[in-house]
Design a protein around this ligand. Structure first.
Ligand code: GLY
Length: 605
């Protein structure tokens, strides 16, 4: 049953008018775990700003949601400074070591199996989170690194109660918490997986955080800890032998640098979005989809559109397929390979792509387009291989009393990353390099730039899409999601829910999502039982099946069984400056609001 929502002219008003969880002028923290939300709120209550709170949240998440992000990984922190109205990104994406080579995941032309490659040291990228958080703090924070580490140190030393999400991820770990003794010792003490309600203390991690608090980020990138990282990533799965050993050296760690980037800015129905530029595909792909969909009146039920209607879902699927076809060929780290950003977002190019969308039938599998006429850096494309992507990572959003905003997505890539815990230091190493193409796709004759092929120092293509929404030049909402390539679609779903369907942030987060991450177009969608909104109806699914859409199950059946993403968002009401937060029940989402030095938390799970 479609949602009943107010008509279009009231949409902007409605987005700001309904406070579902928390309203405050003093700051809001929306995170996927209440203990991490509390860590951020503590910084705000102690006079810190959104950047300080983000640092504290990230470190606390390493303790309470260690399977999703941490200092062994990287991420993208989108920062908006209220005073100067500037928005930029601290890119702490992991980088390939200097000895990385294009064919390292396919040594004899055949791609390694993902489960083997991703649990071997070869997959470990040079971690960026510590340098990224420290850079943000030194430039724009008020607090010291040590202050922001304090809540995480307490959580790791005193422990916390394992929630059902962590417990489930330990049980359904694909072996990752069992492969290496240091990881098993933390999450499967005595060989028994931690269960919901168990108390987890992490003394090694607490010591690592104390070291960083005392000595600063160089303690991570040089010296004993750096040596332990290099040694740990030399582990390989026996099936791969020496080919699976990591190639990172002490020099790679010493030379790791974050990048401060301009956001990618685009427009949709009078709203402005600031999102992630390459090396993430998040911003470009979301903006491409919006550019394609702007041609359809998605909010207008009188024309057969409106939230959850077959017509709306059909054009969403087609836009996803077209944008993912382009993403597969054109997007990678454009510090290493030119990405035709201009062409991919040019209205005339998008018009040629949108013309492929027919409202009465599903298009054949689309190839990547050719943005060359609109962008001098492009050539003739050849699609890259499709490979497995991770459903994990984490996102949080923060606004402080001054109106500074942070929208931060971070990751160790797959759930549990590489599964390798640095011995004696208690944190997991990422497997981010498996976000590169396993088989090199560069082909000069065919004009394929190999945008996401492995190269020394290069960053693997990401899907992370922390997003900031503006109205009349002012930030009004920030959000993002975990979920590998589905991140892009979660952000798209929420954006359409806010702008076309007039939902509040909480409704936009709760609504069932739809996702397609490949041009071939197998769709996945969410059931409604867990969420506040009604599910996509069987009649709607049948209409989509009739159009030829795959992945939705049997005719006449409820075929939506996925859980897609976990969006944490904040809203700033331009009329009175009130801050609201909205959390996602797909994880233990929590919103903590600050009001005159007191904090209160609402969780949704
Ligand atoms: N590894 C998940 C991402 O970067 O999108």
């Amino acid at each position: 049953m479609p949602l009943r929502l107010p008509c279009t002219r009231w949409l902007a008003l409605y987005l700001f008018s309904s406070s579902v969880l928390a309203a405050s002028p003093d700051g809001v923290v929306a995170v996927s775990h209440p203990a991490a939300a509390a860590a951020g709120a503590r910084m705000l209550a102690a006079g810190g700003n959104a950047i300080d709170a983000a640092a504290a949240v990230q470190f606390a998440l390493n303790v309470v949601e260690p399977q999703s992000s941490g200092i062994g990984g990287g991420g993208f922190m989108l920062i908006h400074l209220a005073k100067t109205n500037e928005t930029f990104i601290v890119d702490s994406r992991e980088r390939a070591p200097a000895r990385a080579r294009a064919d390292m995941f396919a040594p004899e032309g055949l791609p390694m199996e993902f489960p083997l490659a991703s649990t071997s040291g070869l997959a470990v990228g040079v971690p960026g989170t510590v340098r990224g958080v420290d850079t943000a703090l030194r430039r724009w924070g008020i607090k010291k690194l040590a202050d922001t580490l304090a809540p995480a140190i307490e959580l790791a030393e005193h422990g916390f109660r394992v929630n059902r999400f962590l417990a489930a991820d330990i049980v359904n770990d694909g072996g990752r918490t069992q492969l290496h003794p240091e990881t098993a010792a933390i999450f499967r003490p005595g060989g028994v997986p931690l269960a919901e309600g168990d108390w987890l203390v992490q003394p090694d991690l607490a010591r690592t955080f104390r070291l960083l608090a005392a000595k600063g980020p160089d303690a991570f990138y040089r010296g004993q800890l750096a040596r332990a990282i290099v040694e740990a990533q030399q582990r390989s799965r026996s099936e791969l032998g020496a080919a699976g050993q990591g190639r990172m050296t002490l020099a790679d760690l010493q030379h790791y640098q974050v990048a401060i980037r301009e956001p990618l800015v685009g427009h949709y129905r009078g709203w402005t979005l600031a999102g992630m530029p390459p090396p993430s595909s998040g911003g470009l792909t979301v903006l491409q989809m919006l550019g394609l969909l702007e041609r359809f009146p998605l909010g207008d039920a009188t024309q057969g559109y409106g939230f959850g209607s077959p017509k709306t879902l059909h054009v969403m699927i087609e836009a996803m397929r077209l944008a993912f076809a382009d993403r597969a060929v054109w997007i990678g780290d454009d510090d290493a390979v030119a990405v035709p950003r201009q062409g991919l977002l040019h209205p005339d190019y998008l018009a040629t792509r949108a013309a492929l969308i027919k409202t009465d039938r599903r298009m054949d599998t689309p190839q990547a387009g050719d943005p060359a006429p609109w962008d001098k850096t492009a050539g003739q494309p050849k699609p890259s291989r499709i490979k497995e992507e991770s459903p994990h990572t984490t996102h949080f959003s923060i606004v402080d009393r001054w109106g500074n905003v942070v929208s931060y997505t971070s990751t160790i890539e797959f759930t549990w990353g590489s599964g390798i815990t640095v011995p004696g230091y208690g944190f997991l190493l990422n497997n981010e390099l498996t976000d590169f193409n396993f088989v090199p796709s560069a082909d000069a004759a065919e004009g394929n730039p190999g945008a996401n092929d492995v190269a020394p120092g290069k960053r693997p293509r990401s899907s992370m899409a922390p997003t900031l929404l503006f109205r009349n030049g002012k930030p009004v909402a920030a959000y993002g999601s975990p979920g590998g390539a589905t991140i892009i679609n979660s952000v798209l779903n929420v954006t359409l829910n806010l702008i076309d369907h007039g939902m509040t942030m909480q409704q936009a987060i709760d609504a069932p999502r739809l996702s397609v991450t490949h041009a071939t177009g197998k769709a996945s969608c969410e059931g409604g039982q867990t969420f506040m909104q009604p599910p996509i109806s069987t009649a709607t699914l049948d209409a989509l099946r009739k159009l030829g859409h795959a992945g939705l199950g049997e005719a006449g059946m409820e075929g939506c069984r996925e859980t897609i993403g976990s969006v944490q968002g904040i809203v700033i009401d331009p009329s009175n400056g009130a801050h609201r937060g909205a959390a996602d029940a797909r994880r233990e989402g929590a919103v903590t609001r600050l009001r005159a030095e007191t904090a209160s938390t609402a969780t949704r799970h």
